[in-house]
Design a protein around this ligand. Sequence first.
Ligand code: PAP
Length: 332
Amino acid sequence: MAQVQCEVEEGSVNSSPCEATPSEVCPETLIATLPTREGWSTPLILYKKFWFRSAALRSLILAPAKFVPRHDDTILATHPKSGTTWLKALAFTVANRHRYTFADHPLLTRIPQDVVPFLEITPGGLDYVEKMPSPRLISTHCPFSVLPPGISSSGCRIVYLCREPKDTFVSRWHFERSMCKADPIGINDAFNLFYEGCTPYGPFWNHNLEYWKESLMRPKEVMFVRYEEIFSDPLKVVRELASFLGVPFTEDEVQGGVVDQVVRFCSIESLRNLDVNKTGGIEHAASNVIIDHSSFFRKGKVGDWVNHMGKDMAEKLDRLVEDKFKGSGLEI
Ligand code: PAP
């Protein structure tokens, strides 16, 4: 297919040639017209009322033409820092439990972020996702309203994991600091951006609400899970997850302790001690920064916000969340 070469002004968001075909929207042309905001380790760009880093946005603009949803796809959707790594490990292990033993498991040598590729920020791009054999497990941080059209009508499953916003914020702040060690963002500046909804794939409240509403309308296709629920009763959630994915645990498996094994295998204590997760890193899609694998396994606790946020800051965020979620039925 012929590639469209876009003229991009110096200083605009990106200067690489665009991958769009003549019938597609050229991301560079579009991105150059959109509002941007500095503050985090890379600038964010406002598109369809959500903020994105440039690399992810480029993929998402191309996705409607390049990504064809399949009815047997499962999409693991999260707002960043909500437990994506955990969900990927659990869903991959549950879905592939008849294929691998715990002794020859891909997660012993590959980071969970890698075994379930992101729709919008996978090194091989959308072409890689397109070539994956069915049934595919794909992840995304993309808000529901910005997902490629056709996902809803394809009948594919979506598992959405959300997390208490104060913990999500603290996790985001730590992650940004690990990405930008030379000039780490202070907690007050980070909080102001988070509070205003200006975070990668934010505002977090609209991200949560869009998937929440979808899960109410289509509960058989959209499963809504909370990080805190997995934390407090992992066996129950993992069994529900398996049923939702169409691979329920048999009574023999339950009695034989397979669910417990999955939970232990995917626990932060076990994953963070694997060499692959202790060493090495992945190149961040929107910058030249290498993100240490270990930064995806920080504390993995509920309520760690209390060690970093003052009372005023915490109450301010709680009030915002109460206001944004009012009337939706969503409680986190
Ligand atoms: P991403 O948005 O960059 O994909 P994501 O995995 O969503 O990252 O978030 C990382 C958080 O999940 C970290 O939380 P913390 O900063 O509060 O500690 C990380 O510790 C936590 N996490 C990763 N793996 C697990 C796991 N197996 N169990 C529980 N929490 C986990």
